[in-house]
Design a protein around this ligand. Structure first.
Ligand code: WQD
Length: 333
């Protein structure tokens, strides 16, 4: 019996695979390696001390997905696999809808045919759109402002309808806020292809001298210092949330959504200052125009996850900044 981890060599998927293996779970990892490298499998094995089967499979290749289920007794699925860049999704909506939605429909149909009815889905805080108030609770209105977020919301609705058609299903929707940081070893971390879109990898590239300065996208928001506020969560805390979600899926049937955030919002300049202090590095920055599609403030109310999953984030911002830089220093030339 095993847990299938789709997208298991990606940033969050790899950190989650390590924690699953360390806890003694048997896993099978599926990834098309479109945004990760095969060497990540060795890192996962080294950091967990355990072995697992890997399939280089694309969810769009349904016969191959069927082969994975034929060759392994899959009991639960943690579904990370998907394209995930907000800006890119606005340029390539068809690719995003096809890859993320069709891929998920293939996965869920093969699950159904093999009697596998427990899924933990990697959703996102972007399903809340631009919230009227913060902190954000799971029952807030859902809306999206870009194709990436729309695929996440559509998949939440698909999985909800699958449960309505068959009440034997367990569906746990995990809405991530802003994952940053890296495994304490510094062996694995966030290594985006090309120029980073997200704040923390960009700051790391400036610290490493790969980029000259950070562009702060606007300082005229209605926040304490005018720059955007987000809920940054350590990727290992996020990974551990998935273990609690699997435990929940094993106990209940139905559909439940959980915010995985710290409940604390930090601005862009707060992050810059924290990174500088934690790593004793100066980060040059310039204030530029707002980035289209950005919202002013977004942070979680994580009470439901604490009460129902027995999970809460424990790593602070200093740890996130230190672990992030340790990985970059060791790996990004
Ligand atoms: C954070 C803040 C920017 C880069 C995205 C996705 C979301 C989720 C998390 C997957 C904002 C500012 C950023 C830069 C900047 N991913 N910024 N200069 O946009 O909150 O969320 O990642 O689920 O779906 O939308 O993250 O890191 O891009 O931005 O000033 O070079 O940093 O304006 O205020 P975001 P981000």
């Amino acid at each position: 019996m095993a847990i299938l981890v789709t997208g298991g060599t990606g940033y969050i998927g790899s950190h989650t695979s390590i924690e699953l293996l360390k806890r003694g779970e048997r896993i099978v990892v599926l990834d098309n390696l479109s945004n990760s490298k095969i060497e990540m499998c060795d890192s996962i094995k080294k950091l967990s001390g355990k072995d697992f089967k890997f399939y280089q499979v694309d969810l769009l290749d349904k016969p191959e997905v069927e082969r994975v289920f034929k060759e392994n007794k899959i009991e639960e699925v943690i579904h990370f696999a998907g394209l995930k860049a907000v800006g890119e999704s606005c340029e390539k909506p068809i690719e995003y809808y096809h890859n993320n939605i069709t891929g998920t429909l293939n996965l869920v149909d093969v699950m159904r045919k093999n009697g596998c009815k427990k899924i933990v889905f990697s959703s996102s805080a972007t399903v809340y759109g631009d919230p009227k108030t913060v902190p954000i609770k799971e029952d807030f209105p859902l809306s999206t402002t870009n194709p990436y977020g729309s695929t996440k919301l559509m998949i939440e609705r698909i999985l909800t309808d699958v449960y309505k058609s068959d009440n034997e299903w367990s569906v746990i929707l995990l809405r991530y806020f802003n994952p940053i940081g890296a495994h304490e070893s510094g062996e694995i971390g966030e290594n985006p292809n090309g120029i980073p879109n997200n704040l923390m990898p960009y700051i790391n590239y400036v610290a490493a001298g790969k980029l000259d300065h950070l562009n702060v996208f606007g300082n005229d928001y209605d926040t304490h210092d005018g720059t955007g506020v987000r809920d940054y969560i350590h990727v290992v805390d996020l990974a551990l949330g998935h273990l609690k979600a699997i435990d929940k899926a094993r106990k209940i049937t139905g559909v439940e959504a959980y915010n995985l955030g710290t409940g604390t919002g930090y601005s862009v300049l707060d992050i810059v200052k924290a990174f500088e202090k934690a790593n004793d590095i100066k980060i040059k920055y310039e204030i530029t125009n707002r980035r289209p599609g950005d919202i002013a403030v977004c942070f979680a109310d994580p009470t439901k996850a604490k009460e129902e999953l027995g999970w809460e984030a424990t790593r602070d911002l200093e740890q996130m900044c230190k672990d992030s830089w340790k990985y970059t220093k060791n790996n990004i030339k």
